[in-house]
Write a protein that binds this ligand. Structure first.
Ligand SMILES: [Zn+2]
Length: 206
């Protein structure tokens, strides 16, 4: 992992000056020689840390969706349901726009982000799928630009407030799993950046 990298060129995001990339000591920051803007930093992160965080997020995401989150009245009976079941019940009985909002923000968006990052980092780790690495990487970058964490946070908040009017929120495993998921997704986003991913890719193909 610590083998010296071949000299890469790095462009300053602010003034476009091309400079040779050098290996940095831990936690050091490289600045542009012309304008002084930050070029990159050695954040001392490893591929394994990011991979572990993304796999943990995937497991917690499954927990959040398989344990009861709300109890609602279905055909005259009070039932504890998971969030996916609540979405189906909302779709059938109450409100289609709310069902779509809850589904997209709390399930679809985080599922796509977590799955694509797990796939990208796993394929880097085990060294397969190099052919479409750049394609998956571009996909991950484009969905990250959408700010999935903000979407998830807003989605969970709006969903809980809206659902609270129709159903009782169960303070159980699923609710805690959503709280942990938010923390894990912030940590996952912090441990994953463009520079690190290309560095790991270069290290693995040496
Ligand atoms: Zn510059």
């Amino acid at each position: 992992m610590s083998a010296p990298l071949p000299k890469h060129l790095v462009a300053c995001h602010h003034c476009d000056l091309l400079q040779h990339e050098i290996e940095l000591p831990k936690r050091a920051v490289a600045s542009c020689v012309r304008c002084g803007a930050e070029l990159y930093r050695n954040r001392h992160n490893s591929l394994d840390l990011s991979l572990a965080l993304s796999i943990a997020a995937a497991q917690v995401f499954l927990l959040a969706n398989t344990f009861p989150l709300v109890s609602m009245e279905v055909q005259g009976e009070i039932q504890s349901t998971t969030l996916p079941q609540a979405v189906v019940a909302l779709y059938k009985h109450h409100s289609v726009p709310l069902a779509v909002l809850v589904f997209v923000t709390t399930m679809l968006a985080p599922a796509i982000e977590i799955a694509s990052i797990v796939y990208l980092l796993t394929s880097l780790r085990i060294g397969v799928g190099r052919g479409h690495f750049a394609l998956v990487f571009r996909f991950v970058q484009s969905i990250r630009r959408w700010g999935m964490i903000d979407v998830l946070m807003l989605g969970v908040l709006v969903s809980l407030v809206k659902l609270a009017a129709l159903a009782e929120v169960v303070p159980g495993i699923a609710l805690w799993a959503y709280c942990v998921l938010l923390v894990l997704m912030v940590a996952m986003a912090a441990s994953f950046n463009t520079h690190d991913v290309w560095r790991w890719s270069a290290e693995r193909s040496e």
